[in-house]
Each structure stands twice: as structure tokens, then as C-alpha cells.
Design a protein around this ligand. Structure first.
Ligand SMILES: [Zn+2]
Length: 486
């Protein structure tokens, strides 16, 4: 998610029906679960607090420091020290309870036992400061023949609780293989002011059939690889690599290439921020629709190309990072200095298209996840100011950038209006911020360097998964229609 100073929020159309905003979902879930708090003995409670104190952690009743999406230092994108979690199984043989972080996407830094049915999970970010999107992912089981219910509290270093747990006994890339935890088995703890969600307690039923618990459904680099390979079975989809991530993983590139090499191009990127899976749940149907077997998509592909970097941060995704890449850097703050290999690889590929093929970029979108659905757009600043005149004299390209800026903003605005019209019961919320000649996010770089109408497409944490798919499909159709001027 991006952060803008004084965002101007407005809602195009407020739904009268079911507006599936994550905020209301979260409130409903936490209030209903607080009714079902199970009793815990004073002795267990005291012991839990001692363990937490020893580990330097806090639980409900305490406040944690809350960082914004741009904590101090986030715009410095030079490599920073990262603490990689130790991959292991936490065996509490006496209690016959086991936890493990030995899979891609896992995050579980430590486990403490309070008694044989009460446990504390310790979760820490890859490095700090970091915003408080505290990711977790682990699996748990018992070897006991009868099912065993445990009470597990998630505690965080440097953060607060955010994600409603998703559970699976048989996880796959298909979100249907996961379910949100039963609200009756989930309690969020608040600080003394009643606002900050400092930790959460889950009641989990363990059996020899392993239970997977995660902040969102898991979709890791191997799932992106499989999805991309499958799409590349289509004759007009080409799969290649943009380069390597910080830890040497391939950065996937997909090109939809029926139109001539110099045809105008749509740019799609995603997963700069590791936990942001619902953004992926929008990206997949969006791209599949552009590559679809419909008359509209066929006509679109005769005239336009598509460039996709679906997983820009595979190290962070597989490492269960909260925000950063393997160099401890927020990639969506590196589109000014390009200190990190991942944005650099995307930039170089796009500039090569622009400079060697004279490609014109007609749309740029970056998929993310945040607490609620929101579209971050760029508004037009007042032009021809003294500062503009000085910049024109210094940089002739800036004049071109500024000249068509209103047109770019208008294109995005129309796209959102037409998408809204398709989904009257859905609330399209826009956060508009002024266009500036520099800016460190992908959307600003697409606007500034590629002169492409651009935006950041943020999907809520708990937005209905089927609705996410429908909007992904619908908004892709609207884009094709607009580019074809229908
Ligand atoms: Zn993000």
C-alpha cells in the first residue's frame, strides 16, 4: 500500500447493498468472537505474561508502537541487514504438539509453551522499522489418536495483529482450499485505548492430519511459476525471465504478443509486498481475461501487447516477509533510485521496449493488498507554475510529461467509473494524490517515465474472493473496451 500526505478520499458511488469493505468484516469478526472468550486460569495467565516479558513481548492491555506504511528510513533503499528466520519444527513432545515453519511462505520465529494446551507464537519481521502488516504462517499437528484443542496466542515484535487467520488441511494454490477461522475460535486483543490490535488468540483443533494456519491463503513463487507456465501454453503468451531476485530466484515475465512488436503496451506488475495475496487474486483473472478466448480479447490482442511481472518479490513471498525483499527494502519505494535488482529488472525491460521498439505504454497497473479496497490514482497538479517553468527549461521531457497529464488522469478516472457501473453493489473507493515529477512508487514511475495512465489497485484483506475475481474480470474488459474506444 502507498501512503500519501493528506489523501483526498472520495467515494464514487456508495453501495446500498452489500459493500464488502474489509473494515466492516474485521469489526464484525472481532466483536462476535469477543462474546465467546473462553476462560483461562489466573495461573496460566500469569505464566503467559512472564514468558512474554522474558521474550520482550506484550499482550493485550499494552500498546505497541504503530508504524505507518512509510516508517523512518523507508525511502532509503540501500541494502539493510535482514534477520532470516530459522526453519525448524518446534516439538513439544510432552504435550504431543508440533509446529513447523518448514515451507515456503511460512513465518514463525519462535514458540513458547505455557502448559500442554496453551502456546505462544513469537512473530518478528525480516527487519525493522517496517509497517505493521504482521505476516504469519505455520503448520501444526499432534500424533495423538484423538483430536486435541489448543489455545495459541500470536504475539508480534514491532507490530500489531492484522490478518484474520486462514486454515487449511490440504492447502493448494486454489483459495477454495482455505477457510477463514471460525469467529468463535478467534479473539483479537486490543490495547488499553481499545484501538491497537496487539495480538490474537486462536483455538485450534489438532490431529495427525496437519493443520496449516496463515495470514492469507498461500500462493508462493512456485504457484506463480505454475500459473505462468500454464498461461504460456497459449500460443500468444511468452514466458521468460526479467532477471534474478536478490537471492537469485527468477523474476517471471509474461508477454502477450499477438500484435506487432511495436504495438502499444499495457504494463501489469504485482507482489512487490510479500503478504499481499488478494492483489494476486485480482491480477490472475485480470491477466487471464486479457488472454481470453472472447471476441473482445481477440480484437484487443490484434492491436495491443501486454507485459506482466506477476511476482516482483519472490524472496519475500517465499521467506514469509512482512514487507521487504531479501535486502530489507520496500521495493515500492525504489522506483526513483533503483538500488534493488527487482525494480531495476522491470525498469530495464520496459525502457528497452520504449527505446528500441518505440513502444507507447497505454496503461500501467500495480496490484496490492491493504485493509480495504482502494484505488490510488494520480491527480493533476496546477501546471505552468514558476517551478514548472524552471523544470521545463532544465528538462524538456518534463514538458511532454506535464502536457498530457490531464489526459492520463482522465483515462484512469473513466476506467474506474465504468468498472463501478458494472458492479453497483461494490464500492469503488479512490484515493487521489497530486502528480509530482518524482516519486518512488511503480505507479509514479509508469506515469513519469512511460507516460502511461497508471494506478495502484489495492484489494482488501478480507474482500470476498469471488467478488475479487469478478472485479478483476470486469475491470479488464472495461480496459480493453476503452483502449479499443468502444
Ligand atoms: Zn502493497
Amino acid at each position: 500500500m502507498m501512503n500519501h500526505s493528506l489523501p483526498r478520499l472520495f467515494v464514487l458511488i456508495v453501495a446500498t447493498g452489500v459493500a464488502l469493505s474489509a473494515c466492516s468484516t474485521v469489526r464484525q469478526t472481532t466483536s462476535s468472537s469477543s462474546e465467546s472468550t473462553r476462560t483461562i486460569s489466573a495461573e496460566t495467565s500469569a505464566k503467559a505474561r512472564t514468558i512474554l516479558k522474558e521474550a520482550g513481548l506484550r499482550m493485550s492491555g499494552d500498546s505497541t508502537r504503530a508504524y505507518s506504511y512509510d516508517p523512518p528510513g523507508s525511502l532509503n533503499t540501500n541494502d539493510k541487514p535482514v534477520e532470516f528466520q530459522k526453519k525448524r519444527t518446534f516439538a513439544f513432545a510432552g504435550a504431543d504438539v508440533y509446529f513447523s515453519n518448514e515451507f515456503d511462505g511460512a513465518r514463525l520465529n519462535d514458540m513458547k509453551m505455557v502448559n500442554d494446551s496453551t502456546f505462544i507464537a513469537v512473530l518478528a519481521p525480516e527487519n525493522a522499522p517496517v509497517n505493521y502488516s504482521a505476516w504469519y504462517g505455520f503448520k501444526a499437528w499432534t500424533n495423538a489418536s484423538s483430536a486435541k484443542t489448543i489455545r495459541l496466542t500470536l504475539t508480534y515484535r514491532e507490530a500489531r495483529h492484522r490478518y484474520i487467520p486462514k486454515l487449511s488441511r490440504k492447502p493448494s494454490a486454489d483459495w477454495h482450499s482455505w477457510s477463514p477461522i471460525d469467529p468463535a475460535s478467534y479473539k483479537v486483543h486490543y490495547d488499553s485505548a481499545g484501538r491497537e490490535t496487539t495480538s490474537a488468540t486462536l483455538h485450534l483443533t489438532l490431529s495427525p492430519d496437519t493443520l496449516w494456519v496463515s495470514g492469507h491463503e498461500l500462493f508462493t513463487s512456485s504457484d506463480f511459476e505454475a500459473w505462468s507456465a500454464n498461461l504460456a501454453k497459449l500460443p500468444f503468451v511468452k514466458k521468460s525471465t526479467l532477471g534474478k531476485s536478490s537471492q537469485g530466484k527468477p523474476l517471471i515475465r509474461l508477454d502477450i504478443v499477438e500484435a506487432a512488436p511495436g504495438a502499444p503496451c499495457v504494463v501489469i506488475v504485482s507482489r512487490q509486498h510479500p503478504p499481499e495475496h488478494t492483489g494476486t487474486l485480482a491480477l490472475l483473472p485480470f491477466v487471464e481475461t486479457l488472454a481470453g478466448d472472447t471476441p473482445l480479447a481477440k480484437e484487443f490482442r490484434q492491436k495491443f501487447r501486454v507485459f506482466v511481472a506477476p511476482c516482483m518479490n519472490p524472496d519475500g513471498v517465499d521467506g514469509g516477509h512482512w514487507r521487504h525483499n531479501a535486502h530489507g527494502v520496500d521495493l515500492n519505494r525504489d522506483w526513483l533510485n533503483f538500488n534493488q535488482p527487482e525494480p531495476r529488472a522491470v525498469r530495464d525491460a520496459l525502457l528497452k521496449m520504449r527505446d528500441s521498439l518505440q513502444t507507447r505504454f497505454v496503461f500501467g497497473v500495480d496490484f496490492h493488498t491493504t485493509q480495504h479496497d482502494i484505488f490510488y490514482t494520480l491527480s493533476n497538479p496546477p501546471m505552468n507554475t514558476a517551478a514548472d517553468s524552471a523544470e521545463y527549461a532544465r528538462n524538456p521531457a518534463y514538458k511532454q510529461y506535464n502536457a498530457a497529464a490531464a489526459e492520463r488522469s482522465k483515462f484512469v478516472e473513466t476506467w474506474l467509473e465504468r468498472t463501478q457501473a458494472l458492479f453497483p453493489a461494490y464500492q469503488v473507493t479512490i484515493s487521489d494524490s497530486p502528480r509530482t515529477p518524482n516519486g518512488a512508487t511503480s505507479g509514479r514511475w509508469f506515469d513519469r517515465e512511460l507516460l502511461a495512465p497508471s494506478l495502484t489497485y489495492e484489494v482488501g484483506d478480507e474482500t470476498d474472493r469471488e467478488l475479487i475475481r469478478q472485479i478483476g474480470v470486469g475491470s479488464a474488459k472495461v480496459l480493453m473496451e476503452m483502449l479499443l474506444k468502444k
